[in-house]
Design a protein around this ligand. Structure first.
Ligand code: SF4
Length: 394
């Protein structure tokens, strides 16, 4: 752990991080804050109060990316008013667009991909002495090491169990910006959960792009179920959640483990993406609608009232009305507790970005609205039936 800098004792510099995107980015921002605090920095309340402003960006969808660019664009005015402030663009878009960020945002000083998070305080302190812009990207793999103890939320917190992904779903950019899957050593995960528990944290969410393949690359017999059992044994932790599962690697053993471990919250987020076998094949998801239905049936055998949520993409390349209707009917059949529904947008360099984005925007919009309406209806019916279960018959 670096020596707390004496120079900062009197007037510690302040850092402000704006986080876009997923829980992985939330956790990364927390780690970056912790690294700065270990050096005596403070957390700024707002951009106006900060000596360093970082945007931790997301590139899973076009919209999220554009939001980060336009918001950072607006900070050019602040930079003119306060030339001393240091601006950084980190996270997945920084990695994806490493060669264009500075051109689009000439007032930015640092561009650093997810693989560089442990070096960010060094880069920033270097920029405080010498303002030569830094572009640190291309190294997708970050060291698997102990993380700073700082936790933004003292009741529930994230612990990442792996980085990157090996699945290369044809629409997804994650493997190109976060690299291939690297499972973290079990000892480091357990240590991190213990230190969080000692800080009073009661709820842990284990994070991975595909938690079900945890340990496959460790080759030491560890897998996600054995990890869940070890986390479950840690004193002080009352509830354990995990995201994200992948249907092709989700097995019955997970359902049994979820049932048998009381602290494991009875919720499974299992992205379906599409109900059409043709589209799932084009997405390279590695399972069929029938296989997915089999998993849901299996899960409900072990945990009848399990909370089940999912992700759906509408308007993927080649999606015809009949494909969409298959998605509509499988959602109706399963009855998810909630669903995140997205309109497809090509994400270069992901494979499908080389295919025509041939579903018209208005068709995507209409399909998106129909699934939202369906899910609203399903969630309302589930709420009513739960309410009727508890309300005594009038
Ligand atoms: S499983 Fe597929 S969608 Fe999920 S992060 Fe990996 S490549 Fe992306």
């Amino acid at each position: 752990m670096p020596e707390k800098s004496k120079t900062y004792e009197k007037s510690p510099p302040k850092v402000f991080i704006r986080t876009f995107g997923c829980q992985m980015n939330d956790r990364d921002s927390e780690i970056i804050y912790g690294l700065f605090m270990e050096r005596g920095w403070k957390i700024a309340e707002s951009v106006e109060d900060a000596d360093c402003i970082l945007f931790n960006t997301c590139s899973v969808r076009h919209h999220a990316e554009q939001r980060a660019y336009s918001n950072m664009g607006m900070l050019a005015k602040l930079k003119r008013r306060r030339p001393g402030v240091i601006l950084g663009f980190t996270g997945c878009t920084a990695e994806k667009d490493k060669d264009v960020v500075i051109k689009r945002l000439p007032h930015v000083d640092l561009v650093a991909g997810p693989g560089e998070i442990y070096n960010i305080p060094d880069y920033i302190e270097g920029l405080m002495k010498n303002r030569k812009k830094i572009v640190a990207a291309g190294k997708l793999e970050r060291p698997d090491r102990e993380n700073p103890s700082y936790r933004g939320n003292k009741t529930g917190t994230y612990v990442s169990i792996s980085e990157g992904c090996d699945n290369f779903c044809s629409y997804c950019i994650v493997p190109y910006v976060r690299g291939r899957q690297r499972s973290r050593k079990k000892e480091l995960i357990i240590e991190e959960v213990k230190s969080a528990s000692e800080m009073g944290v009661k709820e842990i969410t284990l994070l991975g792009q595909n938690v079900n393949s945890y340990g496959n690359d460790l080759k030491d017999g560890q897998n996600f179920m054995t990890l869940l059992e070890e986390v479950h044994a840690i004193d002080g932790i009352k509830r354990i959640r995990f995201v994200t599962s992948h249907p092709k690697d989700t097995k019955e053993a997970l359902f049994q483990t979820m049932r048998d471990l009381p602290k494991v919250y009875k919720h499974l987020h299992l992205p379906l993406q599409s109900g059409s076998a043709k589209i799932l094949k084009a997405m390279k998801r590695g399972y069929s609608p029938e296989h997915y239905l089999g998993l849901i049936d299996g899960l409900r055998k072990y945990i009848p009232d399990c909370n089940i949520t999912t992700d759906i993409i509408v308007g993927f390349h080649g999606e015809e009305d009949s494909d969409f209707e298959e998605t509509y009917s499988i959602m109706k059949k399963i009855g998810f507790d909630s669903a995140y529904i997205f309109k497809y947008s090509p994400r270069p360099p992901a494979e499908s970005s080389r295919l025509a984005d041939d579903v018209l925007p208005e068709v995507k919009k209409e399909r998106h609205a129909r699934l939202l309406e369906l899910q609203k209806e399903i969630s309302r019916r589930k709420r009513d039936s739960r309410r009727n279960e508890v309300l005594p018959m009038a």
